[in-house]
Design a protein around this ligand. Structure first.
Ligand code: SOE
Length: 389
């Protein structure tokens, strides 16, 4: 066994930064059995890439991910590029025997996700999907409480994931708003997180009814140079938005629970409002990412006179991941979720145990999203298929 894992990252924007920070911090705050080497940063635009690599301590840069993924000295391929690139990179990386951490949403469609699953299964590599919110300590605690029976039988999932960053009609037509590059709008970007959490905490989703909608169908073309080629292809001035702007779903879970999901980029004033409630026969839980150190808990087992939602401050060393951070009450933040993700991913690689959420989880999520989109197009409830890998 080697004493270092060399990483190649594809993509260097928001997630490139979150992941790079996590690779640096993981072995400092947690006991990792192996050193992580930030070896190669890949991207299409030399200047931005060089600046990113310098700032975040990547040893070298490359503009061809294909060459990098095929190299013998790379152990981990981190896919932090736009969604339309995930399938090709993941399959090539799996075929080259690399462990893979792929950002969400996993792919443009469940069909693509299935081919990615087949590739990692054949290769026997460790694979992960970047649903980092599973690694918020308060959400891990929620999982433990549900498994310990504190909520009893589960009746409801009520999830909302609301943002407002494209409310301005002059916000440009970036790749996130193009179906061929992003797959979906908030239905994929945000609901993929919520569906992953609902599967994690409540269980598998068996049927879905959904309405996807669009509020603004034309937007100014982006003027950044990096988007120039794309702009030239679609014409001058403005272009069509080809993804949803909001998605509302109602689902039935295998265990009989009923769930609702709201995802929107038009919830004016909401920045990253990832909020959910779970109601059960014995108790309930509420979580809000904007207050991520807290978990709200109501228990019917409390004496009637003392019943009410209470706030658990999830900063005790007995809480998941917290023992490696600060003393009680010293909060953690968004970036810590990515650090926890790296720690668990590397431990899975070393221990050859299965990472969660992995590509098979990503496939299940994509199946729910695709079934929901079909439901919206056809105006009917749709059963969610479960492909065998
Ligand atoms: C933008 O909508 C975004 O950055 C998502 O892509 C992330 O997954 C989410 O965590 C925050 O919002």
């Amino acid at each position: 066994m080697t004493d270092a894992l060399k990483i190649a990252i594809v993509g260097y924007k928001f997630m490139g930064k979150a992941h790079s920070n996590a690779y640096h911090k993981a072995g400092r705050f947690f006991e990792l059995p192996i050193e992580l080497v930030l070896q190669t940063a890949c991207g299409r635009h030399r200047d931005g890439l060089a600046e990113f690599a310098n700032r975040w301590g990547w040893r070298e840069t490359a503009t061809s991910w294909r060459e990098v993924v095929a190299r013998d000295d790379i152990d981990i391929v981190d896919i932090s590029s736009p969604t339309d690139t995930h399938r090709e990179i993941a399959i090539a990386a799996a075929e080259a025997g690399k462990h893979i951490l792929c950002e969400k949403p996993m792919s443009l469609s469940a069909a693509d996700a299935l081919s990615m699953c087949a590739a990692v299964k054949r290769a026997g590599v460790t694979h992960a999907i970047g649903h980092n919110y599973r690694r918020v300590p308060a959400i891990r605690l929620a999982k433990q409480m549900i498994e310990d029976g504190k909520l009893g039988e589960l009746y409801h999932w009520r999830g909302t994931y609301l943002q407002d960053w494209i409310v301005d009609p002059n916000f440009p037509l970036t790749w996130h708003l193009q179906q061929e590059r992003a797959g979906y709008g908030p239905h994929g970007d945000l609901n993929s997180h919520s569906v992953d959490l609902a599967r994690y905490l409540v269980g598998e989703i068996k049927s879905v009814q959904c309405t996807l909608t669009q509020f603004i169908d034309q937007r100014p073309l982006p003027d950044e140079e990096r988007e120039a080629a794309f702009a030239a292809a679609v014409g001058q001035g403005t272009g069509h938005v080809t993804v949803d702007d909001a998605s509302f779903m109602v689902v039935e879970f295998d265990n009989g629970a009923l769930g609702s999901f709201e995802a929107s980029r038009f919830a004016t004033g909401r920045k990253n409002y990832n909020y959910f409630e779970i109601y059960g026969s014995k108790g309930s839980l509420c979580f809000n990412l904007e207050r991520l150190n807290e978990l709200q808990f109501f228990s019917r087992e409390d004496p009637p006179t003392a019943q009410g939602f209470k706030t658990i401050l999830v900063t005790e060393s007995s809480h998941p991941y917290i023992a490696n951070w600060w003393p009680p009450g010293h909060s953690i933040g968004y970036e810590h979720t990515f650090i926890h993700q790296v720690v668990d991913f590397v431990r899975c690689i070393q221990g050859a145990t299965e990472m969660e959420p992995n590509f098979f989880d990503g496939l299940r999520t994509m199946e729910v999203l695709d079934a929901a989109a079909l439901s919206s197009r056809e105006g009917r409830r749709v059963d969610v298929p479960r492909a065998e890998v």
